[in-house]
Design a protein around this ligand. Structure first.
Ligand SMILES: [Cu+2]
Length: 366
């Protein structure tokens, strides 16, 4: 996938992050206060997974399993692979993948997507907690020993069964070693989970149309492969510190998606998290099928909000276009550009998603 992006970047002549084709937007909003406008409920605090008690963690995974038992809202005829409410979120992600990755929509679209997920868990499955996050550097050397992936009843399940046929991963100029699993997950709360959508090839044939298998129904087991090489190289403390000291949104987005922080960097911490858990989370389109997806993106959202708050006046900015890899044909993002969420929500402007402490969201991270 990364190899593919690199060649597309070269083909599009975007190899040197074309500042001129990107846009910076500044808004004079104070992100450091909630302006007292969160009247509907107390401000939600999103916590690190290991900070939750085991029973709070089980409340979260129970709510995820509950979503997999609720009826879908998307029509079965058009979306045969969507079998439940959880799949509504997966299919919505597939539907907008070519707009909301490696683009100006990446950060705000995923911020709102996570909030819709958290809200659905609470409203539709009686979850009383908030969305936890995966603090990558805390566990980057030994994923299997972390409370996230130790396969206990209070984890998000763990490694898949060992599959000797597990392939190494091509990440830019680097060949990343395969992980330790590769087969079906057989322990923890998601041991019986079935994936319905995807898999999508990592060699995308087109960047303008959703490729095969689209929304086809393809039931199979939930596959994982823990990869400490990837997490320790691309999700370590040094990279997180570097991300938080980014000088502007262009720098922030470059570090997030490319490490070393150049457009030809192999993987940033965004890709690193995806590639740390094997095929299900690596799937650019259908990755929300791994229950760790929302916690990985909550960490991205957390770091974005921490970074924004360090210089609130100047960091209410977003950068890029509304198309994957910011091709010249993409539309430059603006704060009043609308983002779509299909059946999950009405369209929202980018500006609406810029401040998590504002009325409507009212959350912060510990
Ligand atoms: Cu995504």
């Amino acid at each position: 996938m990364v190899q593919f992006y690199k060649s597309v970047l070269v083909a599009l002549g975007l190899f040197s992050v074309a500042h001129s084709s990107l846009i910076d937007i500044d808004l004079d909003l104070d992100l450091s206060t909630d302006n007292g406008c969160c009247p509907q409920r107390n401000e939600a605090s999103r916590k690190e997974w290991g900070e939750l008690t085991p029973s709070q963690r089980i409340d979260y995974t129970d709510a995820v399993l509950c979503m997999q038992k609720q009826p879908q809202h998307l029509p079965r005829e058009e979306f045969p692979g969507v079998r439940n409410r959880f799949d509504d979120f997966v299919a919505t992600h597939i539907n907008y993948t070519l707009h909301v990755h490696y683009s100006g929509l990446f950060l705000p679209w995923h911020r709102h997507f996570l909030w819709l997920w958290e809200t659905a868990l609470r409203d539709e499955c009686g979850y009383t907690g908030h969305l936890p996050y995966w603090d990558w550097p805390k566990w980057d050397n030994d994923l299997a020993a972390s409370p996230l992936f130790d396969c206990s009843e209070s984890s998000l399940s763990g490694d898949g069964e060992y599959n000797p046929g597990e392939q190494s991963i091509q990440g830019g100029s680097q060949t990343l070693p395969p992980g330790t699993g590769g087969g079906c997950v057989r322990c923890g709360p998601f041991k019986d989970m079935e994936l319905h959508l995807g898999p999508f090839s990592r060699n995308l044939a087109s960047t303008t149309e959703i490729p095969a298998p689209g929304f086809d129904y393809n039931p199979r087991c939930f596959n994982r492969s823990l990869n400490n090489f990837v997490s320790s190289n691309y999700n370590n403390e040094t990279i997180v510190d570097r991300l938080l000291s980014s000088t502007d949104i262009i720098d922030f987005q470059t570090v997030m998606d490319h490490w070393p922080p150049r457009p030809d960097g192999v993987l940033g911490p965004h890709g690193g998290g995806h590639f740390s858990l094997g095929a299900t989370l690596q799937d650019l389109f259908a990755s929300p099928q791994d229950p760790a997806f929302m916690l990985h993106h909550a960490m991205i959202d957390r770091l974005w909000s921490i970074w924004q708050n360090k210089d609130a006046k100047n960091r209410n900015a977003i950068n890029g276009t509304n198309a994957i890899l910011n091709p010249p044909t993409g539309k430059l993002v603006t704060l009043d550009m609308e983002m779509e969420f299909g059946v999950l929500d009405r369209p929202r402007t980018i500006g609406e998603a810029m401040d998590p402490t504002k009325d409507g969201y009212c959350y912060s991270y510990t």
